[in-house]
Design a protein around this ligand. Structure first.
Ligand SMILES: [Zn+2]
Length: 433
């Protein structure tokens, strides 16, 4: 049977018991496939004697140590795409997929409460090189029959001015990006004399992921553009792991990926609760993963959600728990961001940065002259009140953090060439980077 005919779909099960049965039915094949890869052949033992429940986690380090193809369970000729992400170590974390794997990947990403339709134009504004994210949204857009606009955010060819032009002229209806991008587009649109809330009437939702998003920043993005913001959670090594329901909660795609939680203190692996998210994709051939530890801090719950989906919910704390101490208090970007974006909308604050010392927090916000005093006083007050730390807030001129030419510039990207006409400046004509 073809992969797309046997992949489970929401509605195929109606209780958590049925969901568990569906997962368990897949495990023998998942283990057998894994044993085809050199890495798991060693780990599972010669006769595959180690059962799933006794398996240790697979770490990012395991993936790096087995670069490039030590985790591969199919002949090289069956691979469709190769990706890698690189962390702070600089060593690549590889991942690769077959054509069949891509059916599951695209379907999972497309499971959105705001569906992707043939009448949509989807701007993909995450990297295409060498990560999965851009290709994932691209494939999900094509699956839904949408017109996909590849607008890679790390390409010289697509500066913000061009993105704003595309959003406007192509009547883009859906976008996929990091949340920060949506604020940069808004500033770039205003720099071109366009109003994000009025001059982009075709836009109906902003799909975002890839960085922590506090409730206030999410609300700000939604208000600036006057459309819904829909969150997504996943990684290059796994594809989409969770998507948002109508109640605004993230549900794990547990019919496609078995999700568990590891207590980092004891190493114990449980079905739910707080800890590191550990996943086992149930429909994947090229690079099987058994109990892959994403090392993201999460909380998984099986409490019923009013939306009716029989899928566990996940709260992703991720890097949100990371911060610096000021006095005795841990200040995280997540909490500080929430206070910045709770400032009055009229102040127009979109960009900020902060630095901690052991005694004090210093925050800079981009704000126009007429709102400077009020915005700074309001933020300093809320930081002292909510976080209980000493704080200095400085208002700086718009453009100081995000320069205007970043928002309006259109760099000239030309192909390398060697022959020039008599009036051409050959010293500035070749860009090899
Ligand atoms: Zn729900």
């Amino acid at each position: 049977m073809r992969t797309k005919d046997r992949l489970p779909r929401i509605g195929d099960w109606s209780t958590y018991g049925e969901l568990a049965a569906l997962q368990e039915a897949r495990l023998p094949e998942v283990l057998a496939r894994a044993a085809e890869s050199p890495f798991y052949r060693d780990r599972l033992g010669a006769e595959g004697a180690v059962g799933f429940g006794a398996l240790p986690t697979t770490t990012k380090s395991d993936l790096r140590d087995n670069y490039p193809f030590g985790m591969r369970a199919v002949p090289g000729s069956e691979l469709a795409t190769y990706h890698e992400s690189s962390g702070s170590t600089g060593r690549p974390t590889p991942s690769y997929y077959t054509e069949d794997d891509w059916v599951d990947l695209a379907e999972r990403f497309a499971r959105k409460r705001v569906g992707i339709r043939a009448t949509d134009t989807l701007l993909v504004r995450t990297p295409y090189a060498m990560l999965l994210t851009g290709h994932l949204a691209h494939a999900a857009g094509r699956l839904g029959g949408a017109t996909v606009v590849p607008g890679d955010n790390r390409s010289l060819a697509t500066p913000y001015s061009r993105v704003v032009r595309a959003l406007h002229d192509l009547e883009v209806t859906l976008t996929w990006s990091m949340p920060t991008e949506c604020l940069l587009w808004a500033a770039a649109a205003e720099a071109q004399g366009l109003r994000p809330d009025a001059d982009f009437p075709s836009l109906r939702a902003l799909f975002v992921g890839g960085e922590p998003l506090s409730p206030a920043r999410r609300a700000r993005i939604s208000r600036v553009w006057c459309v819904e913001v829909v969150e997504e959670y996943g990684s290059t090594e796994t594809g989409s792991l969770a998507g948002e329901c109508e109640e605004g909660r993230l549900h794990l795609w547990a019919d496609r990926v078995l999700c568990e939680v590891r207590d980092p203190a004891t190493g114990e692996i449980r079905r739910e609760g707080a800890g590191q998210l550990v996943v086992t994709p149930l429909h994947r051939a090229a690079m099987p993963l058994l109990r892959y530890n994403l090392e993201d801090s999460v909380e998984v719950s099986y409490d019923p959600c009013p939306c009716g989906w029989v899928l566990p919910t996940v709260t992703v704390l991720g890097r949100a728990v990371y911060g610096h101490r000021v006095g005795g208090t841990l200040v995280t970007q997540h909490r500080l961001e929430d206070l910045v974006y709770r400032l009055s909308f009229a102040y127009g604050v979109l960009f900020w940065r902060a630095r901690t010392t052991s005694e004090q927090l210093r925050v800079e916000i981009e704000v126009a002259d007429e709102h400077r005093a009020a915005a700074c006083a309001e933020l300093a007050g809320s930081v002292r009140r909510e976080l209980g730390v000493e704080c200095v807030v400085e208002g700086i001129a718009p453009g100081a953090l995000v320069p205007r030419d970043v928002l309006t510039g259109m760099p000239d990207v030309v192909k390398p060439r060697s022959l020039f006409g008599p009036d051409e400046d050959w010293d500035n004509a070749i860009l090899y980077y």
